[in-house]
Design a protein around this ligand. Structure first.
Ligand SMILES: *Cc1c(COP(=O)(O)O)cnc(C)c1O
Length: 399
């Protein structure tokens, strides 16, 4: 949290906005403007030279976008925030800012599919190589660090297999080696997990997911030190241009206000469905961060407030059976993305992780039988009834 608010639930409503600054408007106004006028030519000169605070052009900064940036910075406990037109715009702006041709990145064993695609592109075009690491011990991680290693890039829990990494341990290795640690915190949100508090350097989000919470915005957010974010704002964001619109920022400010309430419900629903799935005869494996028997449970207990709203599970059967299960569902929607009010299910091997070549996919534990479920806000009994009937029809199909 920022200095101003003691509790997350209060900061999520108030941080970064004061109605006194905007003629008493309770809600942050949408500054739907591309550019800002200068009083004089000299003022324009000063603003461009950075000698006077103030807005210039909405690709460089906009008051509605800035309110969101200050709010997320406060929630993650960072100095500053930056908003982007998508999670991938945020990931690419950060990775391009941190690296140059010939550099190297160490990443978690398992990454969002398009982040994997971006790393592949950076390798092919700019000879920026990467190594995957299980990061189970400081020695294992340190062994992969080279003089040209520019950053450590991780997700935890890892999408979609829910393996967890110890943020404190990784941050310590980063500090010892003088390498920044970047964390994709999309799955947990700052309500469940705050990587900067463990010593990590940069946190980013696909705001499309839980931060928005209503499935109506594609956006990205980054939080970190002011100096680094200023440099990103004036290079990879300004010149590559993946900015967020004022309207989308306004929707995210609105979505954020209910984040703690929503996350509690998503997590409760996931706990209930997890306990049902793990005892079902058609299910082989269930991966859930809140599982007390999860091999990384001690990590979840240390750094996560709750288990979150995502469960992955493997059914007994083939790829066709996994697809049949999806087709049998009535309430639960087949869709990628996560963190919405609606419960969503997807097949990572043919959807979010289809860009990952088969051998890497197997290494990441993404089998053809694996499904990822994003628990919505519906009554858990209705979600379970739907899953149960779909599993039942699948079992009947074997006869
Ligand atoms: C969705 C997602 C992204 C990419 O975000 P977009 O908003 O779709 O560009 C990155 N990381 C994770 C973990 C995601 O779930």
């Amino acid at each position: 949290m920022g200095e101003k608010y003691k509790h997350f639930e209060t900061a999520v409503v108030h941080e970064g906005y004061d109605s006194k600054d905007h003629v008493g408007s309770l809600v942050a106004p949408i500054f739907q403007t591309s550019t800002f006028t200068f009083d004089t030519a000299e003022q324009g000169e000063k603003r461009f030279a950075g000698q006077e605070e103030g807005y210039i052009y909405s690709r460089l900064g906009n008051p509605t976008v800035q309110a969101l940036e200050e709010r997320i910075a406060g929630l993650e406990g960072g100095e500053a925030g930056l908003a982007f037109g998508s999670g991938m715009a945020a990931v690419s702006a950060v990775l391009v800012a941190l690296t140059k041709a010939g550099d190297h990145i160490v990443c978690s064993q398992g990454l969002y599919g398009c982040t994997f695609g971006l790393l592949q592109l950076m390798k092919n075009k700019y000879n920026i190589s990467h190594d995957f690491c299980a990061m189970e011990s400081p020695e294992q991680l340190s062994a992969l660090i080279r003089p040209e290693t520019a950053c450590i890039y991780i997700e935890t829990p890892i999408n979609p297999t829910m393996k967890m990494l110890d943020l404190e341990m990784i941050a310590q290795v980063g500090k010892q080696q003088g390498i920044p640690v970047v964390v994709d915190n999309t799955f947990s949100t700052p309500y469940l997990q705050r990587p900067l508090a463990w010593g990590c350097d940069i946190v980013l989000h696909s705001a499309t997911k839980y931060i928005c919470g209503h499935g109506d915005v594609v956006g990205g957010l980054v939080v970190g030190k002011k100096e680094f974010l200023n440099s990103v704002a004036m290079t990879t964001r300004k010149d590559i241009g993946g900015i967020m619109s004022p309207f989308d920022s306004w929707l995210l400010l609105r979505g954020l206000k209910t984040l703690p309430v929503r996350m509690d419900r998503h997590s409760q629903n996931a706990c209930r469905i997890f306990s049902k799935l793990k005892n079902h005869p058609m299910i082989d494996k269930v991966y859930y961060p809140g599982d007390p028997n999860h091999p990384d449970h001690h990590i979840a207990q240390k750094q996560m407030k709750q288990g979150g709203g995502l469960i992955s599970f493997e059914i007994k059967g083939s790829k066709q059976d996994a697809q049949k299960l999806l087709n049998n569902l009535k309430l639960i929607k087949i869709a990628v993305s996560l963190g919405d009010a609606e419960t969503l299910i997807q097949h990572p091997a043919t959807m979010t992780h289809s860009v990952v070549p088969e051998p890497s996919r197997q290494e990441m534990g993404i089998t053809d039988q694996l499904l990822r479920l994003s628990l919505g806000l519906e009554a858990w009994q209705d979600i379970w009834d739907d899953l149960q009937q779909a599993l039942h029809s699948l079992a009947a199909g074997y006869k």
